[in-house]
Design a protein around this ligand. Structure first.
Ligand SMILES: Nc1ncnc2c1ncn2[C@@H]1O[C@H](COP(=O)(O)OP(=O)(O)OP(=O)(O)O)[C@@H](O)[C@H]1O
Length: 592
């Protein structure tokens, strides 16, 4: 190092959070020994940080300063684990952003070798305080995801970090669409700790479907974690786990693979009538995941699992109608949105919803639940309740889309005579939908199915807050609340409202837009009024399930009971900024 401030190597030291240390060892020999440290470090010598290599201050004073900062930042009602996680996030988004792999090697004299050995051992314990080291990883690499750079990024940036931490890697480059599903369906669940996807979201969707369609689905999802390393276009999962700022950061994604703890995310079941779909260029028929899974059983419907999003109308057109722009990375979604706004088409569908006991349209209630949840990290505990429930996937609770809807007593329901769901939100009565009457006081909304009365431009539903770096569409989405968040872009808002919505896209304030209805529900069904191939539909009709093309036919979604995906997280929650409630239209001061 050439910086004069660090010329005195004997008195210099590096102060970093122990989570950034990947490996510490001391190997003794006849005249002392060798100390080896491998770690992720911010650029050495950056003046702004108290964490960096310093030679003047005492180590004790630095550590004390960090602790004081941590306590000052944390809300008082958070647990210690939540405070630690918040502090780590603060460091990773601040002084410890821009991590790179460094190795420190030192010769230690014989007289100091005992101390060096015990120091290395202590460091190892600190570095892996909450997780076991040397994870065994099945790595799936999609060579064509996003800008198509996954191979080179893996070789130059990803593999070196995972190997520096002593992870045991079994790497497989996917050779075709749905190869990820095949691999996950066949993987030996005792041979690995988790599956790492060097890809975008599409590969994660395939892996989920591979695991969930095994005979031992629950056991596979319980035993194996799944973790993204973002090399696709949208990389929505990585953005939710690492935050919008650092969501595409490969070093941080690797750290999450090495040190993250499992967090359970609800999985949605999506059923559609079985139809023949034309093969698209370079890709098997859409819904190929389900096709392979269900073919032998010859059910009249296909069944796929979704953990990210389902979309029809404007949002599906953006996602799937811009695939030819894949090389532009996530910029393609913005271009697609502008095109959709200009077209300003109604999405001609009928939507039916079952809120369920916990479902709600009240945004204040959703905010309160989020704040409550943030007090404790949502890492999954060892004694999982779903271990008691057998290994196979659970049956559908609400039946398939090809079946008749039923009420709480099992009686069949006629779609055309279902009651309308009032879209009125008492905590935010500034929506176009508020013209619908408030719900009756003794509402049966929770226990039965209802029809959405409004005409819409898009239905977008999801389990994760961010659907891309620039769009925090579901700021109230929670990993394990048993509910799926549904955003309905009301057609009555017109082009102006859709353009206005871009303003609130990154902050999540889009959910307060007057032309958006937002709800949390247990299940919903969508029935397109136009047939696939209709000339008025973009590309003959697009439905996106986790960003993958699905047939343009009805679909029904329910949050699967007791089937959850374990995704790694360093923080125990999605990294979502606190949502400030905007000033209601026509009032002077912001709401508390
Ligand atoms: N070798 C391959 N040849 C063709 N297609 C492949 C191959 N490997 C994987 N795929 C397909 O590529 C699709 C897209 O992959 P991925 O999600 O990694 O990238 P992306 O779509 O650009 O990113 P995102 O989903 O985050 O927007 C996957 O759904 C998978 O079916």
């Amino acid at each position: 190092m050439h910086d004069a401030r660090f010329a005195d190597a004997a008195s210099a030291y590096l102060c970093i959070p122990p989570q950034l240390l990947l490996h510490a060892s001391f190997v003794a020999d006849s005249d002392g020994g060798s100390l080896l440290l491998r770690l992720l470090s911010p650029p050495l010598g950056a003046a702004s940080s108290s964490l960096l290599l310093r030679k003047s201050a005492s180590r004790a004073s630095l550590v004390a300063a960090l602790c004081a900062k941590q306590q000052a930042a944390a809300p008082s009602d958070q647990s210690d684990a939540a405070r630690d996680a918040a502090h780590l996030l603060e460091q990773l988004e601040g002084p410890c952003a821009n991590l790179r792999l460094i190795t420190i090697e030192a010769r230690v004299a014989a007289s100091a070798s005992g101390a060096a050995a015990s120091w290395a051992a202590q460091l190892s314990v600190l570095a892996y305080a909450h997780v076991a080291p040397f994870r065994r990883l099945k790595v799936l690499l999609n060579p064509i995801g996003g800008p198509g750079k996954a191979r080179v990024l893996f070789a130059q940036r990803i593999r070196p970090i995972l190997e520096a931490a002593g992870c045991v890697l079994d790497v497989e480059v996917t050779r075709r669409a749905f190869h990820g599903t095949e691999i996950a369906r066949a993987v030996d669940i005792d041979a690995f700790d988790g599956i790492v996807c060097v890809s975008g979201d599409g590969m994660l969707h395939e892996v989920l479907n591979g695991l969930a369609s095994r005979a031992d689905a629950r056991a596979a999802l319980r035993k194996l974690f799944v973790a993204p390393i973002p090399t696709g276009s949208g990389n929505g999962v990585a953005v939710n786990i690492l935050g919008a700022q650092e969501g595409f950061n490969l070093a941080l994604a690797c750290l999450n693979v090495i040190k993250g703890r499992a967090m359970k995310i609800d999985v949605c079941s999506v059923t559609q009538p079985r139809v023949e779909m034309p093969k698209r260029k370079g890709k098997p028929a859409p819904n190929g995941v389900a096709a392979t899974q269900e073919a032998q059983e010859m059910k009249p419907y296909t069944h796929v699992y979704s953990f990210l999003s389902q979309a029809i109308g404007l949002m599906a057109d953006i996602d799937l109608g811009t695939e030819h722009m894949r090389a532009l990375g996530d910029a393609r979604f913005v271009i697609g949105y502008i095109g959709g706004v200009l077209a300003n088409k109604e999405c001609e569908v009928d939507v039916y919803v079952k809120l369920g006991e916990q479902g709600t349209l009240n945004r204040d209630e959703m905010r309160r639940r989020m704040l409550d949840a943030s007090k404790e990290p949502a890492w999954s505990s060892g004694g999982d309740a779903d271990a008691q429930q057998g290994d196979e996937a659970p049956p559908l609770r609400h039946g398939a889309v090809t079946e008749t809807l039923r009420d709480a007593h099992g009686e069949p329901l006629e779609l055309s005579s279902l009651p309308e769901l009032s879209l009125h939100d008492p905590s935010w009565p500034y929506s176009v939908a508020s013209s619908s009457s408030p719900p009756p006081s003794s509402s049966s909304a929770s226990s039965s199915w209802h029809r959405i009365p409004a005409s819409i431009s898009a239905l977008y539903a999801g389990k994760l807050p961010y659907v891309g770096r620039d769009l925090l569409q579901f700021p109230f989405a929670a990993p394990g609340d048993g509910l799926v968040d549904v955003a309905l872009t009301l057609h009555g808002g017109g082009r102006a409202a859709k353009l206005r919505a871009i303003n609130g896209a990154e902050t999540g304030n889009v959910v307060y837009d007057a032309a958006l209805a937002y709800l949390k529900c247990e299940a919903y069904r969508v029935v397109p009024r136009r047939k696939a191939g209709d000339k008025s539909l973009k590309k003959g009709g697009l439905i996106s399930i986790d960003g993958e093309h699905s047939p343009y036919v009805p679909f029904q979604v329910e949050v699967a009971s007791s089937l959850q995906l374990r995704v790694l997280s360093l923080f125990g929650h999605f990294v979502v900024p606190p949502l400030a409630v905007p000033t209601p239209p026509g009032s002077a001061a912001p709401r508390a």
